[in-house]
Design a protein around this ligand. Sequence first.
Ligand code: ADP
Length: 272
Amino acid sequence: KDVTFDVTLRPVAGAGLLIVSFQDITHQAQAGQMRRDFVANVSHELRTPLTSLMGFIETLSGPARDDAAARDRFLQIMQTEAGRMNRLVGDLLSLSRVEAEERVRPTRQINLAEVLQTALRNLNPLAVEAGVTLRPDFGCDPLPILGDADQLLQVFTNLIENAIKYGGDDRPVDITGELSLRDPMLRGPSVRITVTDHGPGIPAHHIPRLTERFYRADSHRSRALGGTGLGLAIVKHILNRHRGRLRITSEEGQGASFCVILPRDVVVSDAL
Ligand code: ADP
């Protein structure tokens, strides 16, 4: 493992001695590097659609000015590119917001089943369009936790939307929920929500890196589907805030499973 040291030399007056001190600044050096990488990535992701927009503006104000068919086609592409930039800026704002709130523990009692119902309702049109059946199976009992409903809605929206986008093509998506009194991962009471698709799955070597910003297992497919590469990074920060976990499993060719494990606090009354 690489370690970065800050070395200082200090002479001891009159003693002919030199004190050498080492300070381990590995963490700061890594944080600085990550920040620089992030800014470079954001610039690149914004510049690609911007360059395309500028090119089309130039063509439309010059050679294609009087060509109605070309104008319609170009305007459609420009709309797609502007939409891509808009989604990216929206996700960057979400990311910075959830990062800022990461240390503030949620204190509200919420019913996770309601959050899931809202996510399913919102995503139904997208599922219908992709020919995907959403198959929820978490009963009609409440799933009580201490949480931020808006943020958890974002978690399940991202996961179900990914399952539709990447698993899609007429294959169903299963959403299951279960309560545990002693979760083997959290060693306490938990709610586990699992989103499973039956698509191509994810090669094992990508799985540990999927929650990194801008990391994509299949970059071409992600971009073609309008992905920003930030969805799972946002999910990770929100789950950190809730002291939750994300377990990703996949068998290539069989599909992928994203399991969210959230702690249930003892102060939460099950009679929600
Ligand atoms: P994106 O905007 O690219 O979808 P995410 O952070 O949501 O970004 O996901 C990161 C990457 O993880 C995606 O680009 C995709 O390669 C992979 N991925 C996420 N969900 C699935 C899934 N259900 N099936 C296959 N690959 C997935």
